[in-house]
Write a protein that binds this ligand. Sequence first.
Ligand code: HPA
Length: 272
Amino acid sequence: MIEKIKETADFLKNQIGSKPVAGIILGSGLGGLVNSITVEKSFDYNEIPNFPVSTVEGHKGKFIFGKLEGKNVVAMQGRFHYYEGYSLQEVTFPVRVMKMLGIEYLFLSNAAGGLNKAFEVGDLMIIRDHINKFPDNPLRGKNLDELGTRFPEMSEPYSMELISKAKRIAKDNNIKFQTGVYVGSSGPTLETPSEYRYFRIIGADSTGMSTVPEVIVARHMNITCFGISVITNLAEPEDPNLATTHEEVQNVAETAEPKMTLIFKKLIASLD
Ligand code: HPA
């Protein structure tokens, strides 16, 4: 595993001029941030040794190096999902590679269902914590001691400092935001009415099929994380007419994307 990570990182290092300080992983319909990157070099996932290949509609599958707000960044346009059949080690492989390339920060976005009754479609939710409901943990198995400890502590999965900066940025720009807990589970099914209710009861405010594995692996390597859920649909257990479609998720994500992009850009601009 460690050899593969190094091989991939070396392949990329040989072709890029500068060391990225932040990694960015963009969710379904949320890839627009890459248009603000002054691209230095871009790779299709299938050109990168040891990379899995993304299969989902709406995911472009590119690893993009360049400058955003004067900072060197590496962005994933489209991520790997557990429901596509990858193991959680495969899903999180790019995060391992990003760390080897030098990132200190990881910014993540996802399209998510809203569980909190106060949420509206199109809201942004700053993620303050998560619950892992995947049937696995990406750190299961032999620990990569070179990269992190066997039992990583998870008291601050999402940086409190970045969260408070993000709130300030949202307020200053009149962007409505929520703050809450994201529950990640395998998919690809959306939740049954009872599963939505269950997730609400255990304390989650948004639900989706990503982010948690990447953040676990990032925290294992001591990367500072920040995440936003774009609420694309509301979990309405009592009303089957409000059932969610993938198209709806994509459309809402694309509409809300510029607000999310603004917060990411200004946060990245503020990094030292
Ligand atoms: N559930 C799970 N994942 C999702 C949802 C949802 O309601 N909306 C967007 N991604």
